[in-house]
Design a protein around this ligand. Structure first.
Ligand code: MG
Length: 426
């Protein structure tokens, strides 16, 4: 504490001799400057407090208008946060402790002030009050923070958490205290190595930051961005960890949605051309690398689709495309890549399939499509599909070559009368 201005002391003391001694001790003090106002009763003290602010109150408990602990109680109400140091006439430790419990910040036995002792007690009372005010300010800030803040001891046991932690996890700060966070919110989504890496950083004294999925009290999962800072003591030993948690569930969901929008065809929900071409390149590379790996590409085109649009309108055209896409989806395995390349042009990449698998799948699909009947006021709408099939070859440089072969096979299927599958022999 380095105060240039004088510390304003309100001395409440009815004995003139005692008051004189206190004033003298403070005047002689080496540690700081004191400006003492003397009040001889509680009522006079109240008038002084109303007239001007004070930094510290020195309080004798035996006054003409108040006696004992009641003096502390009354003085606290008047002082409104100004720290009170009791001037006790008794060398009685029990009584002094009772005085502290009643709200005095410190006590001194009269006549026992020692060299600079009274001045130091006054300065300390002021310093402590300022620190408490600062702590309260910081706690208020942490409690108001939108992010979850959690403080643990060195064994990761929660000793404090803010209300945002409660809103995020469903566990109130009171419920969390005494537990390790992982006992409460671990989802099991992250593996053991994830936590081992995290602890390796933390125990080495490094900050850790990462994204993880945790579990709320109600069992639901959420995405969290977590940053943890180890806190060290003067000897460099870790004593605490401070975790700051941000709920990023919404952001993650939005990212997933954007990802989906960027990779799918909005009308049918099948993969779009871009994703299909990427997958085709990857599969072509795999076929070139692995001897026993085979992939077949099916190109599919709805027959006379323009006629449907012209006759029944675009809404019906869209309904036909969606129904067709549904059949494609239902006939595809999880490892296949069914895509709409544009208009009425579709493709399916059949991973690990050979000619026999591919042709039986194509035939099943063609059959199901030919059985579709979509109701329309102008009459039933029926469609058929032509399919060109081609295998990826080990010496294809890239996906381009097989696209040409499958395309040529598709035109052959169209030429031969549509509603059929043609295996590429180009
Ligand atoms: Mg007295």
């Amino acid at each position: 504490m380095n105060r240039l201005e004088a510390i304003r002391v309100l001395l409440v003391e009815d004995e003139a001799g005692d008051a004189h001694l206190v004033k003298m001790k403070l005047r002689q003090a080496q540690c700081g400057r004191f400006e003492v106002t003397w009040a001889q009763s509680l009522i006079e003290a109240q008038r002084c407090l109303a007239a001007s602010p004070f930094d510290v109150m020195l309080l004798d408990l035996s006054l003409p208008d108040s006696e004992g602990l009641a003096t502390i109680h009354s003085a606290r109400v008047m002082a409104m946060g100004t720290p009170i140091v009791v001037l006790s006439g008794r060398g009685d430790t029990d009584f002094a402790l009772t005085a502290l419990e009643a709200g005095a910040l410190d006590y001194m036995v009269k006549g026992d002030f020692g060299y600079d002792g009274l001045a130091r007690v006054v300065r300390y009372a002021l310093l402590r009050t300022e620190m408490e005010a600062r702590n309260n300010l910081l706690i208020t800030a942490l409690e108001a923070a939108a992010n979850g803040v959690v403080i643990t001891d060195k064994d990761a046991i929660v000793i404090w958490a803010n209300p945002a932690f409660g809103r995020l996890t469903g566990y109130s700060p009171e419920e969390a205290v005494g537990h390790k966070p992982n006992e409460l919110i671990k989802s099991g989504v992250q593996n053991k190595e994830f936590y081992q890496d995290m602890w390796a950083d933390l125990l080495a004294g490094r900050h850790w930051r990462g994204e993880l999925i945790n579990k709320r009290k109600n069992g639901s999962l959420y995405h969290e961005e977590l940053s943890i800072a180890p806190v060290k003591n003067g000897a460099g030993e870790i004593t605490h960890f401070i975790g700051i948690k941000e709920d990023i569930t919404e952001r993650k969901e939005m990212e997933a949605q954007l990802q989906k929008l960027a990779s799918t065809d909005p009308l049918t929900g099948l993969f779009n051309r871009r994703v299909f071409l990427e997958q085709l390149e990857q599969e072509a590379a795999k076929v070139a690398r692995l001897t026993h790996y085979s992939v077949v590409l099916l190109m599919l085109d709805l027959d006379f689709f323009k006629r449907i649009n012209d006759t029944f309108g675009h809404d019906t055209g869209d309904a036909v495309l969606k129904t067709f896409a549904e059949i494609v989806r239902n006939n595809s395995r999880a490892i296949d890549v069914p895509a709409r390349l544009g208009g009425e042009e579709f493709a399916i990449l059949l991973s690990g399939a050979d000619k026999k698998d591919a042709l039986s799948m194509a035939e099943r699909l063609r059959q199901q499509v030919s059985e579709i009947v979509i109701d329309h006021e102008a009459g039933p709408v029926q469609i058929t599909v032509s399919i060109g099939a081609a295998a990826l070859l080990a010496d294809d440089k890239n996906g381009e070559a097989v696209l040409h072969r499958a395309d040529a096979a598709l035109y052959e299927a169209k030429d031969r009368g549509r509603n059929q599958t043609y295996w590429s022999c180009f």
